[in-house]
Ligand binder design. Structure first.
Ligand code: SF4
Length: 101
């Protein structure tokens, strides 16, 4: 049987573990083969986007220049809310690209 003292010691540890888990998920890099990534035509390298399959793509469009990119312009990777905050490549692209205001 757990004592009140043990419970008080366990709760913060469990909370910290949960927070670390969430952070790890947010820091995870998006897999190009992820179903949603495929649905949105995401590529880690925008220059490899097939313009025939992705007619919205235009030269110069990259994640770091997208309104939804959560990294800084010079960051190699940054979060994207379309993919649950997973990291997308600054030089990547998907067909939801919107020019940064
Ligand atoms: S929404 Fe913008 S930042 Fe997110 S993957 Fe698409 S182009 Fe990149």
């Amino acid at each position: 049987m757990q004592t009140r003292r043990q419970f008080i010691q366990i709760v913060p540890v469990a909370g910290a573990t949960l927070m670390a888990g969430r952070e790890a998920l947010a820091n995870a890099k998006l897999d190009e083969n992820d179903a949603q990534a495929k649905a949105l035509g995401y590529a880690h390298d925008a220059t490899k986007v097939d313009a025939k399959k992705q007619p919205k793509w235009a030269k110069g469009q990259i994640c770091s220049g997208c309104q939804l990119y959560q990294g800084k312009a010079a960051d190699a990777w940054g979060g994207c809310p379309l993919f649950g905050g997973k990291q997308v490549a600054g030089k990547g692209w998907c067909n939801a690209w919107v020019k940064k205001a």
